[in-house]
Write a protein that binds this ligand. Structure first.
Ligand code: HEC
Ligand code: HEC
Ligand code: HEC
Ligand code: HEC
Ligand code: HEC
Ligand code: HEC
Ligand code: HEC
Ligand code: HEC
Length: 446
């Protein structure tokens, strides 16, 4: 009898372990996105199509886009050197393994433009991937060991470690739902990667201790760079992956989170996982600007969209002659006077002259009816005015502070624990009864 009980206990243990064992590389509390698929299958399938999920992949023929038959002098390595591929939407960089450490090979393939461009050709051996990049392209990264649980930005990068949530059959108290966080908490989840700077040790180019739901205190945990290579004189972004820093300067930092404009679990309605299409992305709130003829009377309407002027492509991703740059996220109205004040379009570009390259900033200022003498060097170019109401009838209702659902109390986890415990007890008792009955009938036969 006792032997059978031990066997039953052992079998139960194995079953539980099989169901909930964390993936190979053991990172505290992380379990891996394939485990989420079991209960959130639809989200998992659509999420896999996003660029987030695919930013870091093994160098399979399907993933590698670069032309390795090219005779471009910047291409100083061969296809065989590749261990991993980073990206593939705008550009692609390649990792090689040397003495157990990953390094970014010294040329990138620009997808737009189809050409090789040098990338840190002189110091690439001094820039290990685990210190310069990995925290923003992987999930469950552990700085102390330089290892990660999963390649790519996966579920737990935004929802935090999910081991307990899975083990407790979906207990809400053990997973972060960004919609239940404060406004700052929501955007910090995105901010952990969409920024630029160093951790306090200066060793890592990403925050190493941040977990979703915790605080991304930029002053303490992460020091944003003020490098003039990364910022224009008015403080807006010159380089890519700085959307959060731009956004913090923007009027939307007071009430429009990344997740209002961007969806998280699918490719979205248009490029870049946007929730809405075209001008609807903006006029859903800025109703009064719907009639562009009223808003920009000085301009032929043609194909003009809000983003042409309010989100110009100012942030560079590499030194290339063509434009595949990233959209500014300050949303500031173009102000050609700021360009004049800081010394021209090269130093401080404005949206008007990005298209009107044959014209001067003075021309643009004149077209806008602006007085050139009254230049203000304040980065925020706006005077106080009545606030634009944020609509309530939107698909994302977790936006407004007053709408926020409070994070579930611990009680739910206790109840669930109790229920699970009782369930398990019932199963064990049932098994014992079955075994005893069998024994009794065996004894009866004998
Ligand atoms: C065993 C099934 C199961 C697995 C596996 C699972 N979940 Fe869940 N999850 C649930 C259930 C059930 C709920 C709804 C709970 C409720 O409404 O009380 C839920 C809710 C959630 C929520 C919303 C929580 C809230 O407070 O609104 C998030 C976010 C979530 N899961 C993410 C994940 C992630 C990420 C993974 C993988 C690490 C995962 N889930 C794995 C069952 C599961
Ligand atoms: C880039 C960040 C991000 C990633 C990665 C991510 N989510 Fe979410 N998730 C969110 C946000 C933000 C919300 C809040 C509601 C919303 O915006 O959709 C959310 C909400 C949820 C919810 C609550 C139900 C709902 O629809 O509101 C579940 C369940 C969930 N996510 C599961 C997953 C699973 C499973 C994965 C991996 C396949 C995943 N998430 C990956 C950001 C993310
Ligand atoms: C762990 C790091 C990380 C987190 C967290 C993260 N991102 Fe990203 N994000 C990336 C990387 C890396 C890419 C580049 C993917 C690519 O283009 O290959 C990216 C790309 C994007 C894109 C462009 C997608 C496209 O199809 O072009 C959007 C939009 C975006 N992120 C928004 C968000 C939002 C909103 C959040 C928060 C809910 C968030 N990200 C959280 C790292 C992250
Ligand atoms: C602080 C976080 C962070 C760090 C550090 C970081 N990246 Fe990224 N990376 C991102 C984000 C976010 C994006 C997408 C959004 C953007 O570029 O504006 C991105 C985009 C990319 C892309 C373009 C992806 C595509 O599909 O076109 C490549 C390639 C890339 N990163 C490589 C690297 C390499 C190599 C390093 C290290 C030298 C690195 N990144 C360091 C966050 C980071
Ligand atoms: C008011 C709406 C809005 C908000 C808020 C917003 N974005 Fe965007 N974002 C957009 C639009 C629109 C695009 C696409 C522009 C296009 O393709 O024409 C975009 C593009 C992007 C891209 C793709 C690369 C690029 O710039 O072209 C990334 C990455 C991104 N956003 C990240 C973020 C992050 C992170 C936040 C929060 C810190 C954020 N966004 C907040 C509207 C918004
Ligand atoms: C040709 C460039 C251009 C286009 C296109 C454009 N804007 Fe503007 N926008 C400006 C300029 C310049 C200003 C500052 C002068 C002013 O207030 O009219 C501005 C100001 C604004 C303001 C603040 C104005 C205020 O009332 O204080 C908002 C909000 C705005 N635009 C939204 C939009 C929306 C939404 C769209 C798309 C439907 C759009 N803009 C399209 C150039 C443009
Ligand atoms: C996305 C590109 C784009 C942006 C940004 C842009 N324009 Fe234009 N603009 C055009 C095009 C295209 C025309 C039409 C040219 C034509 O029909 O000859 C035009 C025409 C004009 C015209 C009338 C025709 C002319 O050339 O005299 C004026 C004035 C003008 N723009 C001013 C501005 C100002 C001021 C801004 C910034 C607030 C601006 N534009 C931003 C593309 C742009
Ligand atoms: C969820 C609603 C919402 C969406 C979507 C939205 N905005 Fe806003 N926007 C606001 C709010 C709220 C403010 C702050 C208004 C205030 O302070 O008066 C604001 C402010 C602005 C301002 C500055 C106005 C000023 O007076 O300084 C500009 C410019 C602007 N938004 C442009 C855009 C553009 C361009 C888009 C689309 C890419 C967009 N907004 C999408 C709600 C939104």
């Amino acid at each position: 009898m006792r032997r059978q009980l031990v066997l039953i206990g052992f079998a139960l243990g194995v079953l539980l372990w099989l169901a909930y064992r964390p993936a190979e590389a053991q990172q505290p509390g992380y379990i891996g996105s394939s485990k989420c698929a079991r209960c959130h299958g639809a989200k998992y399938e659509s999420y896999r199509q996003t660029w987030h999920a695919r930013i870091l992949r093994p160098a399979t023929d399907e993933a590698v886009l670069g032309d390795f038959a090219s005779t471009d002098p910047d291409l100083s390595f061969s296809r065989d050197d590749l261990a991993y591929v980073v990206g593939g939407q705008f550009s692609q960089r390649y990792l090689t393994e040397i003495d157990g450490e990953l390094y970014v090979l010294p040329a990138q393939w620009n997808v737009v433009g189809s050409e090789w461009v040098a990338f840190h050709p002189d110091d690439w051996r001094e820039r290990p991937y685990t210190k310069y990049c990995a925290g923003c392209h992987t999930t469950g990264f552990e700085a102390s060991s330089g290892t990660w649980l999963e390649e790519g930005v996966q579920c737990e990068a935004c929802h935090g470690p999910g081991l307990d949530h899975v083990a407790l059959a979906g207990d809400r108290a053990h997973i972060v739902n960004p919609a239940n966080l404060t406004f700052d908490g929501q955007t910090e989840i995105c901010g952990q990667c969409h920024l630029r700077g160093h951790d306090p040790t200066g060793e890592y180019d990403f925050p190493t201790h941040y977990r979703p739901g915790g605080a991304l205190t930029l002053d303490e945990a992460f020091i944003p760079t003020s490098d003039p290579d990364a910022f224009f004189p008015d403080g807006s972004s010159k380089r890519h992956h700085q959307e959060y820093l731009d956004w913090q300067l923007s009027p939307h930092a007071d009430g429009v989170a990344c997740v209002f404009c961007h969806v998280s679990h699918s490719r979205g309605e248009t490029e870049h996982q946007t929730r809405f299409v075209g001008n609807h992305r903006c006029v859903i709130c800025h109703e009064e600007k719907k009639d562009l003829a009223m808003h920009i009377p000085y301009h032929p309407l043609g194909e003009m969209v809000c983003t042409d002027c309010h989100m110009p492509t100012l942030a560079e991703s590499s030194e290339a002659e063509y434009n595949f740059d990233f959209h500014s996220h300050t949303f500031w109205p173009p102000d050609p006077r700021v360009t004049i004040q800081y010394g021209g379009q090269e130093v401080m570009p404005n949206a008007c002259n990005l298209c009107h390259t044959d014209e001067s900033p003075e021309w643009a200022a004149q077209a806008l009816g602006l007085e050139i003498e009254t230049v203000s060097l304040q980065p925020t170019p706006t005077a106080p005015r009545p606030p634009t109401p944020v609509p309530t009838a939107t698909p994302f209702l977790g936006l407004l502070e007053e709408d926020l659902v409070q994070a579930p109390a611990r009680g739910s986890s206790l109840l669930l624990g109790l229920a699970t415990g009782l369930g398990a007890l019932a199963v064990v008792v049932a098994l014992i009864l079955v075994v005893q009955r069998q024994r009794r009938s065996e004894e009866g036969e004998a």
